[in-house]
Design a protein around this ligand. Structure first.
Ligand code: F6R
Length: 241
């Protein structure tokens, strides 16, 4: 595991974007595993800049997002599909038909999970999986518990996760109670993992996940089993490392 702590926000973003751009430069049909939330936004901004300068193209790449809320219309401003379109896809030359986000409005959610898992397996393995981490150690929406699910599945979101995400909604009660997420098994199949964390409030969970015991009670701790993980931290998140 390679852990990098950055003094300056821009250096973190440039490093993350540089890793993804280098992949695309050497493999035009790269399969990207993407995340939402605040952690990857600076990296997406940097990638958009690189694209606008002609340094990178996404034209032949495909992408799979980790997760999506259940029951939010696709065009809802807080759906993860809307987030990806606004924060990245609308500003680069990505072929929209090759961007994938789980369908949280499918009538048969179990069938949609199996379908999504199959799609990732058919196109994969994912070359690089971008990840954030929840304060409770979740990755994707794999919440801590006595056991974890390997493949794509529906989860009940923990209260702490709904509270953390309430900042994006008009009212905390608007945060959906369920989400669809790639499982920890699906995530660990990626060839490379790029974990990003920012802010002092992530310092404790970063230390627990990366140096503590490997346990389903901290899903991110399973990343310790992956042979190719890069961790990018700002000074706050890296404070206890
Ligand atoms: C988002 C996702 C989540 C977030 C995590 C951290 O697609 O899968 O696991 O990465 O909740 O969120 P932020 O980055 O907002 O702190």
């Amino acid at each position: 595991m390679n852990i990098w702590t950055f003094e300056h926000e821009h250096d973190l973003n440039a490093t993350g974007a540089g890793i993804i751009a280098a992949l695309l430069q050497s493999k035009r049909k790269a399969v990207l595993g993407l995340a939402t939330g605040s952690s990857p936004v600076g990296i997406y901004k940097e990638l958009i800049q690189m694209y606008s300068k002609g340094l990178v193209s996404f034209a032949q790449a495909s992408s799979f997002n980790l997760d999506e809320y259940v029951g939010l219309p696709e065009d809802h401003p807080q759906s993860y599909r809307s987030f990806m379109n606004e924060q990245l896809f609308n500003h680069i030359d990505m072929n929209m038909n090759l961007t994938h986000v789980p369908n949280g409005n499918a009538t048969d959610l179990t069938a949609e999970c199996a379908h999504y898992e199959q799609l990732v397996n058919d196109h994969g393995p994912v070359d690089i999986q971008l990840l954030g981490i929840g304060h409770n150690g979740h990755i994707g929406f794999n919440e801590p518990g006595a056991s974890l699910t390997s493949g794509t599945h529906v989860v009940d979101l923990k209260d702490e996760t709904r509270k953390a995400n309430a900042r994006f909604f008009d009212s905390p009660s608007d945060v959906p109670k369920q989400a669809m997420t790639m499982g920890v098994g699906s995530i660990l199949k990626a060839k490379q993992i790029l974990l990003v964390a920012r802010g002092e409030d992530k310092a404790e969970i970063i230390r627990t996940a990366l140096t503590g015991p490997i346990t389903t009670e901290c899903p991110a701790s399973l990343l310790q089993c992956h042979p190719n993980v890069i961790v990018l931290l700002d000074r706050g998140a890296g404070r206890l490392m």
